[in-house]
Design a protein around this ligand. Structure first.
Ligand code: NDP
Ligand code: BG6
Length: 495
């Protein structure tokens, strides 16, 4: 049985792409499941003029666009909880209008003073909005109420700007009231990392540098920048994907076992892991990270000829790197990461490569046997969810040779279909006040400090772009990065 949650939501950027495409359909899913029922209201704001009816029609369209039937009573009841108020976030005096509306809806729906402020708009407004919410009295008061601030990415563009932003937010909200979205933390198989590691003796007892040779994290995208070029060209793959999603995944893979399965304990361990991530000096940053930008192929324009991209752009659309932890568990075991646009396919996976047995008894002098393959545990995050464990087994014949075989667990199609979208989980977590799957400020700050160092080195050199072919797995330098260590990417094209 779902527990009904109570709250008035205020969405800044309430007519934006993210709100329509992800946030409102996710709220609808929570409504259908009973996590939201009678005691909630949603206010959308932006500068556009619109009445409630037009806004509700737009919400219905957003539900329909995401595959929902909207001719049902359920859909109509749901959208009846939506209200629209035009508002320019830079107009401090106008927050009074939002306050009155929130107070009114709070009473009407008996939301008991619980408030969720969702900032789904350009990050330069985050500080101002947080300040005005507080100074203009929109935060409700009382011992049993909550005020929660949800922040979209990007959280700063380097450590200094992130710190300024955080300082601004923390004048109005405490850390436990701030929910920094990283939608990868809402993905089923990313959450499954903890279950896999801490729910299995077999896994956790081997989860260290004695048994693991290296870990590889790949976030591969098939599309280019599409219509987000003006944002992306100011960001690049390092800031867009590595600082947040990849660092979060890596911290879940690297952390020690939390004392308990609570947001405080999990975050504490992630922070400890990130603290022991080696921040590179200039020479090591240059050696251990490579970047790329896609060229053209057939009809596909190169990155520099995409709409809204300057023809001389040096923004990277690909990153690969080696991360090293200076701690007892991981010393000597590298984590290789890579991500990029316009690659061979759209998928996310983690490959954990175990060390080969110290002695290969099957490789006696007269044996025809090929050397034992490494055991590899793969976590498939998307598009298919599941695990695969590669082991060595005897070939099924009269001789004695070995071959790698796979134990596979793939989540079945129906279960996959029923899996909640990341934003649905994350909104539910916000309603519950569970910060586990959000980035805490210390995590964000350590991630920036690491990434800033790479950026600093890159900003000193003119890259030779473009340097990879669309639909490949990135530039040759990404292969060289890992081959230099006498290793190879587990996922390669055509394997
Ligand atoms: P959009 O540009 O689609 O929407 C921006 C929203 O902000 C619109 O509703 C716009 O309405 C409103 N807005 C802009 N200026 C003001 C203002 N001065 N006062 C009030 N409202 C204003 O952005 P997205 O929805 O794409 O992105 C929102 C946030 O989510 C960003 O932080 C982005 O980085 C993040 N994000 C988005 C993703 C996506 O897939 N779209 C993915 C991951 C993160 P109007 O102009 O009418 O005022
Ligand atoms: C976003 C990035 O955070 O994640 C986008 O800004 C990227 O550039 C997207 O495309 C990838 O998310 P997913 O869930 O499609 O892998």
């Amino acid at each position: 049985m779902a527990t009904e949650r109570k709250a008035v939501f205020l969405f800044f950027g309430g007519t934006g792409d993210l709100a329509y495409r992800k946030l409102y359909p996710s709220l609808f899913n929570l409504y259908r499941k009973g996590n939201l029922r009678s005691h909630f209201a949603v206010i959308g704001t932006s500068r556009a003029k619109m009445d409630d009816d037009k806004f509700r029609a737009a919400i219905k369209k957003s539900l329909a666009d995401s595959g929902n039937r909207t001719d049902s009573k359920e859909a109509s009841d749901f959208v009846s909880h939506f209200y629209y108020q035009d508002h320019d976030v830079t107009d401090t005096a106008h927050y009074a209008v939002l306050k009155d509306l929130m107070d009114k809806l709070d009473k009407k729906y008996k939301a008991e003073g619980h408030r969720i402020f969702y900032l789904s708009m350009a990050p330069q407004f985050f500080g101002t909005i947080a300040q005005d919410l507080k100074t203009q009295g929109l935060l409700s008061e009382g011992n049993d109420v909550f005020n929660r601030l949800v922040i979209e990415k990007p959280f700063g563009r380097d450590y200094d700007s992130a710190r300024l932003l955080n300082d601004a937010l923390s004048k109005s909200f405490d850390e436990d009231q701030i929910f920094r979205i990283d939608h990868y933390l809402g993905k089923e198989m990313i959450q499954n990392i903890e279950a896999l590691r801490f729910g299995n003796t077999l896994v956790e007892s081997l989860w260290n540098n004695r048994y693991i040779d290296n870990i590889q994290v790949t976030l591969s995208e098939k599309l280019g920048v599409e219509e987000r070029a003006s944002y992306y060209d100011n960001s690049g793959a390092l800031r867009d994907m590595v600082q947040n999603h990849i660092m979060q995944i890596v911290s879940l893979l690297a952390m020690e076992q939390p004392v308990a399965f609570t947001d405080t304990d999990i975050r504490a361990e992630k922070v400890k892991a990130l603290r022991s991530l080696r921040v590179y000096n200039v020479a090591d940053a240059a050696t251990n990270f490579v970047r790329g930008q896609y060229g053209s192929i057939n009809e596909q324009a190169d990155y520099r000829h995409e709409d809204n991209v300057p023809h001389d752009s040096t923004t990277e659309t690909f990153v690969a790197g080696k991360l090293l932890f200076d701690n007892y568990r991981w010393s000597g075991t590298p984590f290789y990461i890579r991500t990029g646009k316009m690659l061979a396919d759209k998928f996310t996976r983690v490959d954990v490569v175990f060390k080969r047995p110290l002695v290969d008894i099957f490789a006696f002098p007269q044996s025809q046997n090929t050397p034992l393959a490494a055991n590899v545990l793969t976590i498939f995050v998307e598009p298919h969810a599941g695990f695969s464990l590669q082991l060595n087994a005897k070939t099924n014949d009269t001789g004695f040779s070995t071959e790698p075989i796979k134990l596979d667990y793939l989540v079945d199609a129906q279960k996959s279909k029923d899996t909640p979208e990341p934003y649905e989980r994350l909104l539910h977590d916000v309603l519950k006040g569970d910060g586990t799957n959000f980035s805490s400020w210390p995590e964000v700050s350590y991630a920036w400090k690491f990434v800033d160092q790479i950026r600093r080195v890159w900003d000193l050199q003119e890259p030779q772009f473009p340097n990879y072919t669309p639909h490949s797995m990135g530039p040759a330098a990404a292969e060289e990065l890992i081959q230099r260590d006498h290793r190879e990417w587990v996922y390669r094209l055509n394997n």
